[in-house]
Design a protein around this ligand. Structure first.
Ligand code: NAP
Length: 461
């Protein structure tokens, strides 16, 4: 036995020289992959199958017996069979009495049955201790060893001892068990592999909506307006100029939307005078997807940086610079350096660089490998204090971009202000409200409320 596997055995709760035999019902894809992994980890495996004939697909160190014979050889039986075939287990109820049945099944639709598969199994074999586990790991990942993305195994069950034993096996296989409580949690665990980026839906749909809105807004202002009034064709703006307007706008709005729910929650708590009443559902959901909102914002900010870097090599920009030089040469007049413009441009760039640097830092600290290594206070400091500083820098970057033309009537086209001015509405609102909330007359009661104080306690002594 190699050094690693002996280490695993030593860490296992049932540490002994010989591991307990595990029975697997079903020699399908998952049953075989799990059996293979278990044998590698030192568990004797016995299969319970409808056919006891040897097959080259079944791990060669495993025994294949009838269901009844196999069940008698082990305390833990893994049911690697689809739920619709569970019925035959009722005939084995006597043999399965007191055994630990591990339900690993998944469904094809969310909430496909009124009860979870694990609860259904517990109803079919009432004398057994049912534990839900392994359903979030794929047979392919088990077999190929590519378990990086799905190392976590959710485990739930009503019998504590049974659950601990299954968690011991999970650990011995090099996976991380996560105790999700009683068997009531099984439905949620079964729904988990069927969800399609649940936390990303809102940020992506919102970004899509905002991109569409700002695309048409910029199209009207920057392409249709000059075409109608000056007969100039700037349709090529669609390739770089307009995306490079939309990306920073989206980055700023989405970043401010990461902090807006926190501000709204503070107002609600102050108004209610307690933290013990639930927030509205929409606010709860919004809070849960703040990380995803921030990451989408970071993606737009990164695109803005890339678009900005290629500005000097754009044909239109090179043409504009050379024609300015030529017109100065022809008129034999050099334009003096405008100090105000130089200050505005340098400050705008400096604020953008610093803002982007902190933006990246926020993104890095949201990675599980980093956030798992900082304590709660450090995480709060980065995500809240540095987060607000990022928002301040990025908002200032946009304000300075407007420079002398900010709010100037000449910048309106068909009464429409520049798109960047619209992007400032939400971040400025968030920053102003946050600033007001810092005042001691509001900050003090808010801190007390968050520490458990109530203005009108519901349950007074
Ligand atoms: P599978 O390849 O179709 O194998 C299912 C096995 O169930 C069959 O090989 C058969 O084994 C047994 N079986 C079929 N009909 C039966 C019946 N009428 N009565 C008794 N036993 C019957 O399916 P699988 O992919 O291994 O999946 C098995 C379970 O694991 C499912 O509940 C699935 O949701 C879950 N799961 C699978 C994966 C995956 O990546 N495949 C991942 C997570 C969870 P015998 O011929 O030996 O009797």
């Amino acid at each position: 036995m190699n050094k690693n596997s002996s280490n695993i055995m030593a860490l296992s709760p049932t540490a002994s020289n010989k591991r307990e035999t595990v029975c697997i019902f079903g020699t399908g894809d998952f049953g075989r992959a799990l059996g293979h992994k278990m044998i590698q980890s030192g568990y004797p495996v016995v299969y319970g199958s409808r056919s006891t004939q040897a097959s080259s697909l079944i791990p060669k160190d495993a025994e294949v017996l009838s269901h009844a014979e196999a069940a008698q050889k082990a305390t833990i039986i893994i049911i690697a069979i689809q739920r619709q075939h569970y019925n035959f287990l009722t005939s084995l109820a006597e043999i399965l009495h007191g055994k630990i049945l591990v339900d690993i099944s998944n469904n094809v639709k969310l909430n496909q049955y009124p009860e979870s598969n694990a609860e259904y199994l517990a109803q079919l074999v009432p004398g057994a201790k049912v534990v839900k586990a392994f359903n979030t790991v794929s047979a392919w990942a088990l077999q190929s060893g590519t378990l990086d993305a799905s190392r976590q195994v959710f485990v739930c069950g009503d019998d504590m001892e049974a659950k601990q034993m299954v968690m011991g096996i999970v650990r011995a296989l090099g996976l991380t068990p996560l105790d999700q409580g009683s068997l009531l949690a099984a439905q949620e665990i079964e729904n988990y592999p069927l969800q399609l980026f649940p936390m990303w839906k809102f940020p992506i749909l919102l970004s899509f909506g905002l991109v569409t809105f700002f695309f048409f807004y910029c199209l009207i202002r920057d392409i249709i307006y000059p075409y109608v009034y000056e007969n100039k064709d700037f349709s090529f703006f669609i390739a770089i100029s307009i995306p490079n307007r939309i990306c920073p706008i989206l980055a700023l709005i989405l970043l401010s939307l990461v902090y807006l729910p926190g501000v709204l929650a503070a107002i609600i708590q102050l108004y209610r005078g307690t933290k013990y009443r639930r927030f509205p559902d929409w606010l709860d959901k919004w809070m849960l997807c703040r990380k995803q909102l921030g990451l989408v914002a970071l993606a737009f900010a990164s695109l803005h940086v890339l678009y900005t870097l290629i500005i000097p090599i754009r044909s239109f920009v090179r043409w504009r610079i050379s024609s300015q030089i030529v017109s100065q040469a022809l008129s034999n007049k050099t334009e003096p350096l405008n100090n105000t413009n130089a200050w505005l441009s340098d400050s705008y760039l400096a604020l953008g660089i610093l803002g982007f640097f902190l933006f990246v830092l926020l993104g890095i600290t949201s990675l599980p490998s980093v956030s798992n290594n900082v304590n709660w206070r450090e995480f709060r400091f980065v995500q809240s204090k540095l987060g607000y500083l990022t928002l301040v820098l990025c908002t200032a970057h946009t304000l300075v971009y407007g420079g002398k033309w900010f709010l100037s009537p000449s910048s309106y086209r068909w009464y429409l202000p520049s798109a960047y001015m619209l992007s400032l509405i939400v971040p400025c609102t968030v920053l102003v409200v946050k600033f007001v909330l810092i005042f001691p007359c509001l900050d003090k009661p808010l801190t007390q409320i968050r520490q458990g104080w109530e203005r009108n306690p519901q349950y007074s002594e």
